[in-house]
Write a protein that binds this ligand. Structure first.
Ligand code: 13P
Length: 266
């Protein structure tokens, strides 16, 4: 009883902004500066905030946030440490640029760049080896949901993505449930849908590992999160934060989301 209470309390809310392929270096510096200014009094005991700019702006954004509690994340990585892999970036390079997090397996990577679960698994292991926290994205498409295949699809993404990851390592990851039909569409999952699906993910982690591990892993929700819906979403017991796309691109909305999330006590 005591153990699981401690583990539940360890699930600090995490709000990450995925800037996708937006923002020049100048714009990125401006956005990061604005977010830092707005979140100056953020209680970092209560919340973790991550900015994931495009690769070109990582170093500059890091400089802006280095003296704050805001952390830096990348949007993708390649699993090799170095070598002749034109166009790719390694964990070592991301770490060097100040990254503490990497988004892995985002649905846009899966959809447009042929990312399969086996690649997600290799990237995940590379990030863990480099002591960078992976944010592993999973989610079903609209036709999969309508065909009642949501749990089957998520089950495969999680089982294959986490294949061979030890109990000790799995505790270091964050999972982001991002239903593909809710990304960039303005169509958010209903809080009850997010809760039901994230509960399924937690139960699966319990089966794959054990109850304490499942209770300790943070699961974010992503997909059209905005000021109007974040409160109800993160009040759900199995929603431990948000991975935000569009609404992370302006200072007011992203800082506003963090402030709302910061006030939620579970
Ligand atoms: P939107 O918030 O724009 O729907 O994007 C969600 C997302 O893909 C975050 O990774």
């Amino acid at each position: 009883m005591f153990v699981s209470y401690v583990l539940i309390k360890m699930r600090k809310t995490i709000i990450a902004g995925n800037w996708k392929m937006y923002k020049t270096i100048t714009e990125a510096i401006e956005l990061a500066n604005g977010v830092k200014r707005e979140l100056f009094q953020m209680d970092s005991q209560n919340i973790e905030v991550v900015l994931c700019p495009p690769f070109t702006a990582l170093a500059e954004v890091y400089e802006v946030i280095a003296d704050s509690d805001i952390q830096l994340g990348a949007q993708d990585v390649y699993w090799q440490e170095e070598g002749a892999f034109t166009g790719e970036i390694s964990c070592k390079m991301l770490k060097d640029a100040g990254c503490k997090f990497i988004i892995i397996g985002h649905s846009e990577r899966r959809q447009f760049f042929g990312e399969i679960n086996a690649f997600v698994n290799k990237k995940l292991k590379a990030a863990l080896n480099s002591e960078i926290t992976p944010i592993v994205c999973v989610g079903e498409t609209l036709s999969e949901r309508e065909g009642n295949r949501t749990f089957e699809v998520l089950g495969n993404q999680i089982k294959e993505g986490l294949d061979g990851i030890t109990e000790e390592d799995v505790l270091k990851i964050v999972i982001a449930y991002e239903p593909v039909w809710a990304i960039g569409t303005g169509r958010t999952a209903k809080p009850i849908q997010a809760q039901e699906t994230q509960k399924y993910i937690r139960n699966l982690l319990k089966e794959l590992y054990n109850n304490d591990v499942a209770e300790a892993i943070r699961i974010q929700y992503g997909g059209s999160v905005k000021l109007e819906n974040i409160l109800e979403l993160i009040q759900q017991p199995d929603v431990d934060g948000a991975l935000v796309g569009g609404a992370s691109l302006s200072i007011e909305s992203f800082a506003g989301l963090v402030k709302i999330a910061c006030g939620v006590k579970k």
